[in-house]
Ligand binder design. Structure first.
Ligand code: MN
Length: 505
């Protein structure tokens, strides 16, 4: 398939279109056709290191977005995401051909792609890096396009030089996979980690792969056996259920094996392959649980977790139960509705599809019955985006809401070493200095932003690299700084100095 000359580009594009016709039966694909012609032209003669034509990467990104049930604007933008940066296209042309909305998404992807995600030392900075990413993306769809782009880049990472492989794989493991997780896309996050795994920990990867092979096989066989009899029993209850075997991602299996209480004892891992039962409604989930327990006894103490009644912080919902399968082997069974399944696999992106369903006047009652709506409590700040979406009627209002009001008043800047600091909007180098360390505030001589000297009252922007040029000796803060600093820390420090000097006088 990677024979550069023989790729049937049009055939590949046809595949993506037929996938889209399933997701959007009434969608107008003419604009997509034009985007396809546009991107091929923009990348004329360009090849990826895999030897494949560049346009195929644009198409692969669009295909992934289609699989996540994103809206057509995102998919069109995915098809064009490198047309400016790596292709020969101009922004004006994209605006003229496809409108401002598509151009904004393509711009957004370019902007966050140019962020230098340097290696950071601790979890605090890495978390800020992820937040910065979201803040700079402005529109959530930009993040999804970037994730799709990264997923395909990981799938083709083998073609890159080793140094680059390692950097990109690390970045994926530290930034992109957790970001996907935050957005509720656990399947995508798991795939990303598995793709990064062999590049970062090659020996460990081989070992886990080798040691786990038989275990995967054994449990899969067991689940197949259980599946046949369970399907019949569920049908007796009048349920049309679908039963799948879900294999645990290799990287997450490795993390689990390494835990002190597991110590590579496979007998202590009950979900290496789990049985997944998919049904239509929430009440069917509980009926299915009853059926399972009638034929396979739940394991005492390990028992049931009801994440439908009590969803996980990232919104995950399902019922998990551990039962004694044939031969006494413990098997994990996960029960959920199709709507919950889509959300667990595709996270927030699945909500675009459900939003479409709502436009078709599907009742709230129905949405609740099939589990498309999560309870409101215990939502993280990312999940709140979903919540806003549910409350919004027309799409324009909706687009405003996904633009991250929550993060609009924050900026994220880098230290020269690559650490990330979160500051309020209009923060200055003085605010930055006091945020890094109170002591640094006493050595401010001047400040550089992105290598250039700036006034101390300069307003910082997200992505700036800020450097404080230090004086030889500590000196008191200037009262005039109070006119422009915005952080409490800076104000407090300057004021407390002024007070002590007043007292002395
Ligand atoms: Mn790309």
């Amino acid at each position: 398939m990677t024979n550069g000359n023989k790729i049937d580009l049009e055939g590949e594009y046809g595949d993506v279109k037929s996938l889209l016709r399933q997701v959007y039966p009434d969608g107008d694909l003419k604009r997509l056709d034009r985007a396809w012609e546009f991107t091929k032209l923009a990348h004329t003669g360009q090849k990826r290191l895999t030897g494949e034509p560049y346009a195929l990467h644009e198409l692969a990104t669009a295909r992934i977005l289609a699989g996540w049930k994103m809206d057509l604007v995102s998919i069109t933008s995915g098809l064009l995401h490198d047309a400016i940066e790596d292709g020969g296209a101009k922004r004006e042309d994209i605006v003229a051909e496809f409108g401002e909305e598509v151009a904004l998404l393509v711009d957004g992807v370019t902007k966050i792609s140019n962020l230098k995600l340097r290696e950071s030392r601790n979890e605090f900075f890495v978390e800020n890096l992820r937040k910065m990413f979201l803040a700079m993306a402005k529109d959530l769809r930009v993040v999804f396009i970037k994730l799709a782009d990264r997923l395909h880049n990981m799938q083709t990472l083998y073609a890159l030089p080793q140094q680059k492989q390692l950097r990109i794989a690390k970045e994926t493991l530290e930034i992109f996979a957790p970001l996907a997780d935050r957005l509720g896309m656990s399947e995508v996050a798991g795939d990303m980690k598995d793709l990064a795994f062999p590049y970062i920990y090659p020996a460990e990867f081989k070992e886990v792969q080798k040691e786990s092979k038989l275990h995967y096989k054994e449990v899969t066989k067991l689940i197949k056996k259980m599946k046949r009899s369970l399907l019949a029993k569920l049908a007796d209850e009048g349920m049309r259920a679908n039963i799948q075997a879900r294999e645990k991602h290799l990287y997450s299996l490795w993390r689990k094996l390494e835990r002190p209480e597991i110590k590579w004892d496979f007998e202590k891992i009950h979900d290496i392959v789990a049985m997944r039962i998919l049904v239509d409604t929430v009440s069917e989930c509980y009926t299915a649980l009853g059926v399972v327990h009638r034929f396979y006894k739940p394991v005492p103490h390990l028992g049931i977790s009801d994440f439908i009644a009590q969803p996980k912080p990232n919104g995950y919902r399902s019922i998990h139960t551990k039962v004694f399968g044939p031969g006494g082997k413990i098997v994990e069974v996960q029960i959920r509705t199709w709507a919950m399944h889509d959300q667990a696999e595709y996270g927030l992106s699945a909500h675009w599809a459900y939003d479409e369903a709502k436009k078709k006047k599907v009742s709230d009652e129905f949405m609740e019955k099939v589990g498309a709506v999560a309870p409101k409590d215990k939502l993280s700040w990312v999940r709140q985006l979903v919540d806003w979406q549910k409350e919004i009627k027309d799409s324009e209002e909706y687009m405003e809401a996904v633009k991250f009001d929550a993060l609009n008043n924050r900026i994220f800047v880098f230290s020269p070493k690559g650490d990330v600091y979160e500051l309020p909007k209009s923060a200055t180098p003085v605010d930055y200095a006091f945020a890094v360390h109170t002591d640094l505030g006493k050595y401010i001589k001047s400040a550089k932003v992105n290598g250039k000297i700036v006034p101390l009252k300069h307003n910082l922007n997200s992505g700036d690299i800020v450097e404080i040029v230090k004086s030889k000796n500590p000196h008191p803060p200037s009262p005039s700084w109070l006119d422009f600093v915005v952080t409490l820390e800076a104000k407090k420090e300057i004021n407390s100095y002024l007070r002590t000097t007043e007292e002395k006088v």
